[in-house]
Ligand binder design. Structure first.
Ligand code: NAP
Length: 428
């Protein structure tokens, strides 16, 4: 690993950073950011450390260039995942949770969740523990990126995925457990419903409260950022009282709290089928249809509001339209905390190979700086990434997606750390 000056690494216990202050929440979602700010980071498993340190180097360069010495980030390491398990015996130690409670704003590298194993996803636990209820994933085409679409420039989406409920709530039992047996028996006795004895059982809670707080955030974002459309993605034709209710509750917020700023599809006829200036169209689409329309009628989609599972599917699909997981960032936002992360996982086969694309993590920090109000640093990060691609510098994952004609524009295929160096160079 390269030398990074302003890191406070975890060695065998938490030691407060020698300088800097924490972000302060003065009201729900409203932060006061000191000039020397302490931001947490979790290295992550697999390729996590490679992309996290590459992104931190880019972020440091952007802050230095934007503000000279007037602003600075002190990166405070919090251990979780495999590293924490080796050091403490737990994937999410209590001291790490206590430290994150102080820090509140942090970067998270990807963390492993073995399929079908006993322990719960640390990612999901973190989102729920800090009530980071909105996973916000912008997906936008950057010139030079490979795409399976004929007109990739039509991709300019911001996905708001509910982050705490739905089948991700972790309420499920294996088919052979006493809990599943008890539930089967209860359903049979009380409702006359039979479930096979060899069926695992999961529960899908979607609440009015959980739906309306993220709907509020998505609508507010769309109005403030002059977006055209907010589409509620759901499978309410089948799952009427969870996903159907998600649609109804989201519409209720739009109607009752944002009436003067929105318009519904059935009202467009009074405006010649056009969205009147100053209004955001609020509509809904059934999830399966929408997943294919995103490919065939891309430009009709703008801001997407989705329950947890749909949101996960649609954001990976959308990322695939503009270069794939290597370039897809996200942030998890709550009223009292914020976590930036790449959308991708730990890609274990690439661990330590200096192969993977750090762009997703770099752009996650761009989103973090926007959230903190450090817009100049955010713009520099974006400029660096855009310029690197425009000038023909790529990582292997992107080149692999190009056909022979497209490969002519490739000047150099870079490793993870060298791509980050190039982004820094391109900020200048
Ligand atoms: P994954 O780690 O995202 O990897 C899937 C594939 O995506 C990789 O094999 C690679 O494709 C490509 N990829 C991912 N990141 C890339 C990058 N930075 N640059 C270039 N290509 C990249 O998904 P997974 O294999 O399903 O999951 C592995 C582990 O990660 C699991 O334990 C899972 O639970 C965890 N996970 C964690 C998070 C999180 O922390 N938020 C999210 C998702 C998954 P090619 O093979 O085609 O090269």
């Amino acid at each position: 690993m390269r030398d990074i000056p302003n890191l406070v690494k975890y060695v065998d216990k938490y030691v407060e950073p020698p300088e800097g202050e924490y972000v302060e929440y003065i009201a729900p979602g409203q932060v006061k950011v000191p000039n020397k700010v302490i931001i947490g980071y979790i290295e992550g498993d697999g390729i996590g450390p490679e992309v996290v340190y590459a992104a931190i180097r880019v972020a440091n360069a952007a802050v230095e260039k934007a503000y000279g010495g007037a602003r600075k980030v002190i990166w405070y390491e919090v251990v979780a995942g495999e590293k924490a398990e080796k050091l403490t015996g737990s994937r999410l130690p209590r001291e790490s949770i206590a430290t994150l409670e102080k820090i509140r704003v942090f970067l998270k590298g990807p963390l492993e969740t073995p399929v079908g194993s006993g322990f719960r996803s640390v990612n999901v636990t973190l989102r729920q523990m800090f009530d980071l209820y909105a996973n916000v994933r912008p997906v936008r085409y950057l010139p030079g990126l490979p795409s399976p679409l004929k007109k990739p420039e039509a991709v300019d989406l911001v996905i708001f995925r509910e982050n705490t409920e739905d089948v991700y709530a972790g309420i499920e039992w294996p088919h052979h457990s006493p809990e599943a047996a008890k539930l089967r028996e209860f359903l049979k006795r009380e409702f006359g419903i039979s479930i096979r004895e060899d069926a695992g059982i999961g529960i899908k809670p979607i609440s009015k409260f959980g739906t309306q707080r993220i709907a509020r955030l998505a609508l507010k974002f769309a109005i403030e950022n002059k977006r055209r459309v907010v589409t509620v993605m759901h499978k309410g034709n089948i799952q009427k009282y969870t996903e159907g209710a998600f649609r109804d509750w989201a519409f209720e917020v739009a109607r009752e709290e944002f009436r003067n700023f929105v318009i519904f599809e059935d009202e467009l006829i009074q405006h010649g089928g056009q969205i009147p200036p100053g209004r955001v169209l609020v509509n809904d689409r059934i999830a399966d249809n929408m997943l294919q329309q995103l490919l065939t009628r891309t430009s009709e989609y703008d801001v997407i509001l989705a329950p947890n599972l749909n949101g996960d599917y649609v954001s990976d699909e959308a990322a695939g339209l503009v270069g794939g997981l290597g370039v897809a960032p996200g942030i998890d936002v709550g009223d009292w905390g914020m976590m930036a992360e790449p959308v991708h996982g730990t890609a274990p086969k690439y661990r330590g190979k200096n192969y993977v694309n750090p762009t997703a993590t770099i752009l996650a920090l761009e989103l973090m700086f926007k959230f903190l109000g450090w817009r100049e640093a955010a713009s520099l990060i974006l400029k660096g990434v855009e310029t690197a691609y425009r000038e023909g510098y790529y990582t292997g994952d992107l080149v692999r997606q190009m056909d022979e004609g497209e490969r002519e524009k490739v000047k150099e295929v870079l490793g993870t750390q060298e791509f980050a160096d190039k982004v820094v160079e391109c900020m200048k």
